[in-house]
Design a protein around this ligand. Sequence first.
Ligand code: NAP
Length: 319
Amino acid sequence: MSTSVFDAVIVGGGGAGLSAAIYTARANLSTLLLERLMPGGQIASTDLVENYPGFPEGILGPEIARRMESQAVKCGARIGYEDVKRILPQENSHFIIETAANRYQTRAVILAMGSSFRMLGLPNEKELIGKGVSYCATCDGAFFKGKELVVVGGGDSALQEGIFLTKFASRVSIVHRRDKLRASPVLQERARSNVKIHFIWDTVVDKIEGSGKVESVTLRNVKSQVTENLKTDGVFVFIGHDPNSGLVKGLVEIDNHGYVLADNGYKTSVPGIFAAGEVRRGSVRQLIAACGEGCGAALALQNYLENPQTGFAEQRRLL
Ligand code: NAP
């Protein structure tokens, strides 16, 4: 096992983590960003990003992720594709970061692990992943040319991804548990005016049926309790996210839903550990917000390294 010492280790390579890396590396802090999957986090599996300033025509999610990664590297950050297993505070106020293959030492940490899509929790949901059940329209949409699909959820993701799926599918049924959408008005208008989209209100998916691949779903109207079987070739689930905070349970304070508690200065309950983006309670869950939080956390980390004592005192006062 090798041991290296960094000024900053950033855990997570989504918008928050990559922005933090750009800022810490540009401030001449030796920076290591560790990401378990691919750069960009959730944005990498999004089709077109239309609300990030500077791209009036929109930009593809994987493309902006790739650009952020190359910008972080160009600024001097090192990026490692490794899953962080443990963060261990040391007596000298440094931290040891353990991955399966390596052990790093750092003076400060930014938690930017983001969040993961929520599953419906149905019995055969997991075994039908890749066989009709999906959580990523950009990744899997093209497999459903001319097919009929079910999308579950009523938020921005369900509508944005549902609209995207109409590029391929002949019909997209959006199944929502209420009769009011949570999604923003602009997406609602686009979905409602799309002839391939049809809404099924006040309804939940009770079962996903199919042997070897999705063939149908059992839907239940939550008001009448009437059930019906709907033939479908695929089920795309967009019902929100849960924070990826398992790594820091017992290390920093987290709330009942698993979100990391951090103050307005992105400081967690442990001096030297900061949090940014969707893993943090109060994040507004937009790419631009995640990037802004990454910047804020990086500046706070820089200040902490320059004035660790002030940082501690201020932190105690704020907690
Ligand atoms: P979300 O806003 O939390 O919406 C989740 C949806 O799933 C809600 O409609 C919710 O119903 C439904 N739901 C939750 N649990 C369910 C269950 N067990 N069974 C059935 N339905 C369930 O999540 P999101 O759409 O992924 O969006 C997350 C964040 O990203 C939001 O802040 C959103 O604005 C942002 N986002 C923005 C864009 C964009 O700007 N273009 C695109 C994607 C996402 P209820 O409404 O009844 O609670």
